[in-house]
Design a protein around this ligand. Structure first.
Ligand SMILES: C[S@@+](CC[C@H](N)C(=O)[O-])C[C@H]1O[C@@H](n2cnc3c(N)ncnc32)[C@H](O)[C@@H]1O
Length: 275
């Protein structure tokens, strides 16, 4: 944020938001208070109910990511971002969760001499409570990624890691020839973890989004073996997956008995350019 100007715009009238004490305010006097942790809630009731990751899921994600298990993926995200950003890129992390990738990408760019302006949006208040406490200069807003409170053509780079996407909305907030970096799991991602828990196991469907507004520039696969050596870390990883919410007690018992696991981590780092 430069001076009092926020990157975000008013979800009611679209006007530029300015920082005013503990609130953001537009010229039409619509006002949004900062939460204690530092995010602002810009989600309108008709744009979807607050859901997304809850507090235990956020805690598990923070513990797992901060231990570095997905650093090879982060390194590829940074490497790809470096090929397409200008000296002072505006970056929007959409579905940013607890902000690990947001912060790490921002700091990696700063360490290479770039001056990024970074924002994160997510529909989960619990996730943003964690993200907004991170010690780096970024703005975070509770919002739906189907109605992102950013002006047209604001972003030079959108990051979207394991989160839903809305290609029309991404095209709206991206500057001409701006980039979208989308990360999706590959078909064999966590296959051995699933095999340890479930009777029958299917590979993930990999369906990179397609849109006339975007051209797919590259699809870089990151694949390696995760060596996990304690039950807490294995459970944290499981909590980060969509399976966490739909596993039977008997399958959960199998998970809770696992103290060691080698499992495949496999991702596609998809780089799109706005046409
Ligand atoms: C699997 S998590 C990924 C979080 C983060 N990108 C990461 O990889 O650590 C998916 C995130 O998308 C958020 N999410 C789900 N639906 C959303 C929506 N409609 N708008 C904004 N965020 C959403 C969830 O709250 C959650 O934080």
């Amino acid at each position: 944020m430069i001076d009092n100007k926020s990157a975000f715009c008013c979800p009611v009238c679209g006007g530029q938001l300015q920082k005013d004490g503990k609130s953001l305010r537009c010229e039409n006097k619509h006002c949004y208070d900062y939460a204690k942790s530092g995010y602002v809630n810009l989600l309108m009731s008709q744009q979807g109910r607050l859901h997304g990751d809850d507090r235990p899921m956020v805690r598990a994600r923070t513990a797992f990511l901060s231990a570095g298990h997905y650093r090879p993926l982060l390194d590829q995200i940074v490497e790809t971002a470096l090929t397409c950003v200008s000296d002072a890129p505006k970056i929007a992390d959409t579905g940013c969760g607890e902000g690990w990738y947001t912060q790490e990408l921002h700091n990696a760019l700063v360490s290479k001499g770039f001056s990024p302006e970074t924002v994160g949006v997510d529909i989960s208040r619990d996730a943003l409570t964690a993200a907004a406490k991170r010690p780096f200069p970024a703005e975070f807003a509770v919002a739906s990624l189907y109605h992102i409170p950013l002006p047209d053509e604001w972003a030079e780079l959108i990051l979207n890691v394991f989160a839903p996407d809305c290609m029309d909305e991404f095209a709206r907030i991206l500057a001409p020839k701006g980039y979208l970096l989308k990360i999706v799991p590959r078909e064999d991602h966590l296959l051995e973890l699933k095999s340890a828990v479930y009777e029958s196991v299917y590979e993930n469907e990999v369906t990179p989004p397609q849109s006339d507004a975007f051209e797919l520039i590259s699809d870089t696969v990151v694949r390696y073996t995760l060596h996990l050596t304690d039950n807490e870390t294995i459970c944290n990883l499981f909590s980060m997956t969509p399976y966490a919410r739909k596993t039977s007690p008997s399958d959960m018992a199998k998970l809770n008995a696992l103290n060691e696991l080698d499992t495949t981590a496999a991702f596609s780092v998809l780089l799109y350019r706005k046409r």
